[in-house]
Design a protein around this ligand. Structure first.
Ligand code: GRF
Length: 208
């Protein structure tokens, strides 16, 4: 059994997708947040999952928060930590501590559009496809070995909101699949490449 801790900052729909996927060999041991008003926390609690919050505003600096968060996370002895809409820039100390067992979902086809407002920027750039990326986390923002990517078309009538909705549907397939592949021991990293990742959604989404 693999213990998974999920970090969220808001609605937590990606966290819900992981929980609802009932992934074999995976136990969601905690859902943690930096914001006690994150709506996903209430949902997790209803499912009987342990939850916890550390308010980043109560800490003197980024490292103090990350150090406390590491202690909280580690109290659950996770095999994997999943950033599912966790809206914090992480310190190198945090990233190094969880190297090889920390993954993130980002709503763009990395390395394009790191950071925020990804859908608006994809539209402004005139992209004909957009999507999402699951990757191992390294100290550089939205970087690290890519596990899988989901691709969706960009339509002429798209707004950032309609594109976000289409990408989110791909996220909800991609992230549970990555967790399942990790739990099944299918993923290995050689240099900067993840070997053994499976990306069927990339093709089904593109052709849909
Ligand atoms: C997702 O689009 C995720 O890719 C991004 O933040 C959003 C979180 O959504 N990092 P949710 O909280 O999982 O619903």
């Amino acid at each position: 059994m693999k213990n998974i801790v999920i970090l969220i900052s808001g609605r937590g729909s990606n966290m819900q997708a992981i929980v609802n996927a009932n992934i074999p060999n995976v136990r969601i041991v905690a859902v943690l947040s930096n914001d006690e008003t994150a709506t996903g926390l209430a949902w997790a609690k209803e499912q009987g999952i342990a939850t916890g919050t550390l308010d980043h505003k109560a800490f003197a600096n980024r490292l103090a928060f990350d150090t406390a968060m590491m202690a909280l996370i580690d109290s659950y002895q996770p095999d994997l930590v999943v950033l599912a809409g966790f809206m914090r820039i992480l310190t190198p100390e945090f990233c190094t501590h969880y190297e090889g067992r920390l993954i993130n979902i980002h709503p763009s086809l990395l390395p394009s559009f790191t950071g925020l407002n990804t859908h608006q920027r994809a539209l402004e750039t005139g992209c004909r496809v957009a999507g999402c990326t699951v990757h191992f986390v390294t100290a550089e923002l939205d970087c690290g070995p890519i596990i899988s990517q989901g691709v969706v078309p960009v339509l002429d009538k798209d707004t950032p909101e309609t594109l976000a909705t289409r990408v989110l549907a791909a996220e909800h397939k991609l992230l549970p699949q990555a967790v399942a592949d990790f739990a099944a021991g299918k993923l290995s990293i050689r240099q900067n490449r993840v070997l053994g990742s499976i990306t069927p959604d990339a093709h089904t989404q593109l052709l849909a």
